[in-house]
Ligand binder design. Sequence first.
Ligand code: SF4
Length: 163
Amino acid sequence: MAKKRTIRTIPQERTPMREQDPQARAKNFEEVACGYSIEDALRESERCMLCPDEPCIAGCPVGIDIPGFIQKLGEKDFRGAYDILTDTNLLPSICGRVCPQENQCEGVCTVRESLEPVATRSSSAATLRSRSRVGSSWSSWSTSSPASPASLSLLNPAASRAS
Ligand code: SF4
């Protein structure tokens, strides 16, 4: 049985978002934020305490089972994570871009009482990108697989053009 996570045992630092180098971004109109890699998302998933009262679900306007998807993500069950993300939301890629998560799920995240909240939006975006990496063959995907330009362009056009 997995050990219960507490505020003391989870990674204390939120996984940083990679950004374009300032020298590079001064000369282009691409997005500054590069998004989480799946490895980043896996690390960030370790910060979720899987709270029994699930305040983040109540904070999500479409009621996504956030701890459920994060748990599947942490288990590298990307298909399972994707299925949970799309259970109550037909347009998760759009929400991954436009949701003001700091006032919604992340705004009520229990971790926020002591540390920076779990980066739920960035983690879901990485999961959605992983879906297009593998097409219909989820089992063939691994964290070391290079992302295809098409997959990265789903949520991060800048990254796909750079690859
Ligand atoms: S409130 Fe935060 S720590 Fe608790 S289950 Fe939701 S995302 Fe995880």
